[in-house]
Design a protein around this ligand. Structure first.
Ligand SMILES: CC(=O)[C@@H](O)[C@H](O)COP(=O)(O)O
Ligand SMILES: NCC(=O)COP(=O)(O)O
Length: 247
């Protein structure tokens, strides 16, 4: 098995730069369209409860503008459910949120919240919106994701990427093995497997080579690299490395 690996480009941090000054520039919709032109297979955007980057109007405008799938990241709240159902993305990805965190620190606790999550995801499934759960590489959470009826899991790759960046080689290898093993388990349970958070040109290839992983969502590094090389070359280089790893 070695299906094509999709690249979802997360454009949140274009909005972070815009919001630093107010006004309209840089425009996340323009970034989404450019990402599409550059060969992205999907656009990911996270409407945080505190609206620190993407805002409600961005999400609606991105959905309207692009012709590739939109992956709508959100906390599992009633407010976000109503917005996502009105936006009609291809998929929602439920993520944990803590107001004070700098970024998404961990995965969703599915195992301890399975009854609520089963009921929460039902309206999305009725509306034809695929449901992804952003979880840590943890067997309990993978099994619970299958149990609640998720279509997809996105494995939080942050611990692997951090260990890679900090040169903690033992931790990096241990975290990679967890990602690989949980991808295999999830696939065997009928879940589609994605991974994301923290990938760079240096860290992406081992995970891109895992055959059960069919999509990577990558944002912060690509947007940062775009400052130096431009958005299209930054996306194309990530795409090249992913394809090379897939071999
Ligand atoms: C869930 C996730 O990994 C993405 O949303 C990514 O982290 C970008 O958003 P933040 O930087 O706001 O966490
Ligand atoms: N779900 C992960 C994502 O969309 C991008 O994360 P990052 O590359 O911005 O860390």
């Amino acid at each position: 098995m070695s299906s094509k690996l999709r690249l979802g480009v997360n454009i949140d941090h274009v909005a972070t730069v815009r919001n630093a000054r107010g006004g309209d520039n840089p425009d996340p919709v323009r970034a989404a369209l450019l990402a599409q032109e550059a060969g992205a297979d999907g656009i990911t955007a996270h409407l945080r409860e505190d609206r620190r980057h993407i805002r409600d109007a961005d999400m609606a405008a991105i959905k309207e503008a692009i012709s590739i799938p939109l992956n709508f990241e959100m906390a599992a709240t009633d407010e976000m459910q109503a917005i996502a159902l009105a936006t009609k993305p291809n998929a929602v990805c439920l993520v944990p949120e803590r107001r004070e965190e700098r970024t998404t620190e961990g995965g969703l606790e599915v195992a301890g919240d399975d009854n609520r999550l089963s009921a929460y995801i039902a309206p999305f499934k009725d509306a034809g919106i695929r449901v992804s759960l952003f979880i840590g590489a943890d067997e309990r959470q993978v099994r619970a994701a299958a149990h609640v009826g998720a279509d997809i899991i996105e494995l939080h790759a942050g611990s692997y990427c951090d260990a890679h960046a900090e040169g903690r080689l033992g931790d990096r290898d241990a975290e990679f093995e967890k990602l690989r093993d949980m991808a295999t388990l999830a696939h065997s349970l009928g879940l589609e497997v994605h991974a994301g958070h923290g990938f760079t040109y240096d860290s992406v290839k081992p995970v891109a080579a895992v055959p059960e992983v069919v999509e990577l969502n990558i944002g912060h590094f690509i947007i940062g690299e775009a400052i130096f090389t431009g958005l299209v070359p930054a996306i194309q280089e990530m795409r090249r490395l992913m394809d090379e790893a897939r071999g």
